[in-house]
Write a protein that binds this ligand. Structure first.
Ligand SMILES: Cc1cc2nc3c(=O)[nH]c(=O)nc-3n(C[C@H](O)[C@H](O)[C@H](O)COP(=O)(O)OP(=O)(O)OC[C@H]3O[C@@H](n4cnc5c(N)ncnc54)[C@H](O)[C@@H]3O)c2cc1C
Length: 392
């Protein structure tokens, strides 16, 4: 994980919870496996302590309104009644509708970067589309297990994410003089603040960390046109500063690059040809066409927020029933800042709640663990309050 253990606690009021549970240093960057164990242990302990809480293993495929609440259906046809529903569905696989059809339909194309293992890939060179955190993570993982072959990344902007320094802490935001009025003024003033901070002996990451706390407020204050401008002009740069690579991953990627086994490329895929010996990729950079031949292609462009192409049957059913709709920028679900879903008629449903990556269009910074933990706490408080009122 790229956040230090002190900022990844699942208990919002207890920042030391993870450090104690895993007995690690507060600056430690734990692996995803250990974090997963921690999530499982914490959930099991919470259920053991609360007889009114139960965990069901089921894939929910449909939800409909029933009276004051909802009825949920799972893939085996079982039904569940609920007063309130929280959609905590996580991240969807990367979008691929803009990739050439021949590439998408090829057996050498892998659309799920997180579940693709080195054993699944044919021997030979490999291309990761994208060069953000997912790509760095995959380059390091594939590079450590692939015996031969070169790994390429290809991204339009060509930025590589910066290295995380877990000991770095946010500096004060107020004194930075950030101009929040528009995405472009934000970028200009952040750059100036970083330069000034560095010349005073600080680290630019301290400024990047200081932006985290006000970032949802800034996003909420912008119009849809300004948010669109942010996505078009600023988001790649923002991502490379805000989402940084854990040192172990960066070291592995740097070692592969130094040995010539990892080559980052800049450009955009314009065509693909599925050949017997591999897949031919044509990409363009500044109007020039270039070619690359690889044995496999893995889509590492990051989670797809567009509900319209989300294959999750539950999302499809909710859209079909009009219980949810896309946000105007197709980054996720349309909702209030508190996560209350807005239905197809524009009405707010206080009992159908969303959190995490689904709220990207509403809050933008809504995919990292600390933000999700805060949202989960607010939903838990709301449900507890309603339950008390109901019991009373
Ligand atoms: C490779 C990777 C590395 C990351 N590293 C970091 C990091 O270092 N730091 C950080 O802060 N964040 C990181 N993130 C982001 C963060 O981990 C995720 O955004 C976060 O885990 C999302 O949490 P969630 O609870 O919303 O969803 P998830 O943890 O994804 O859980 C969603 C759950 O919903 C279930 N589900 C989905 N649909 C249905 C359905 N129809 N019926 C029943 N169940 C369903 C899924 O099976 C899953 O169990 C990373 C993400 C990835 C992919």
């Amino acid at each position: 994980m790229n956040g230090p253990a002190r900022s990844m606690s699942l208990v919002a009021d207890d920042p030391g919870h993870l450090v104690r549970a895993l007995q690690c240093e507060s600056d430690a960057l734990v692996t995803r496996e250990r974090f997963g164990e921690y999530v499982g242990k914490t959930l099991r302990a919470a259920i053991d302590e609360r007889p009114q809480m139960r965990l069901e293993r089921a894939a929910i495929v449909d939800i409909d309104r029933k009276g004051q609440g909802f009825v949920l259906m799972d893939s085996r046809g079982r039904r569940y009644r609920a007063h309130t529903v929280a959609l905590a569905l996580g991240n969807a696989n990367p979008a691929d509708d803009l990739l050439p059809r021949e590439l998408r339909e090829s057996e050498l194309y892998f659309g799920d970067p997180w579940r693709t293992r080195t054993d699944d890939l044919p021997a030979g060179d490999m291309l990761c589309i994208g060069s953000g955190l997912t790509a760095m993570d995959r380059v390091a993982a594939f590079g450590s297990t692939m015996r031969k072959g070169t790994i390429y990344t290809l991204a339009r902007h060509g930025y590589l994410p910066a290295r995380e320094l877990p000991e770095v802490r946010a500096c004060g935001y107020r004194g930075l003089g950030i101009d929040e009025r528009s995405p472009l003024s934000l970028v200009r003033s952040v750059r100036a603040a970083m330069r000034q901070h560095i010349s005073a002996g600080g680290d630019w990451r301290e400024v990047a960390e200081a932006l985290r706390q006000p970032s949802q407020r800034i996003w909420l204050g912008w119009s849809t046109a300004q948010r669109r401008q942010f996505l078009e002009k600023v988001s790649s740069l923002w991502a490379s500063l805000r989402y940084r690579v854990p040192p172990a991953t960066e070291d592995a990627v740097a070692a592969l690059r130094n040995s010539g086994r990892y080559i980052p490329l800049q450009g955009e895929i314009v065509a693909a040809v599925d050949k017997e010996e591999g897949i031919g990729i044509e990409y363009s950079i500044h109007g020039e066409r270039c070619r690359l031949s690889v044995a496999s292609v893995v889509n590492c462009t990051g989670p797809n927020g567009d509900l319209g192409s989300n294959p999750n049957p539950l999302i499809r059913a909710l859209l079909r029933r009009g219980l949810i709709r896309r946000d105007p920028l197709a980054l996720g679900i349309d909702a209030t800042p508190y996560g209350e879903a807005i239905d197809a008629d524009g009405l707010i449903d206080e009992r159908l709640l969303a959190l995490g990556p689904l709220l990207r269009g509403v809050l933008y910074e809504s995919t990292a663990v600390p933000e999700i933990v805060e949202q989960a706490r607010e939903i838990a408080r709301r449900v507890a309050r309603e339950r008390e009122e109901w019991v009373a």
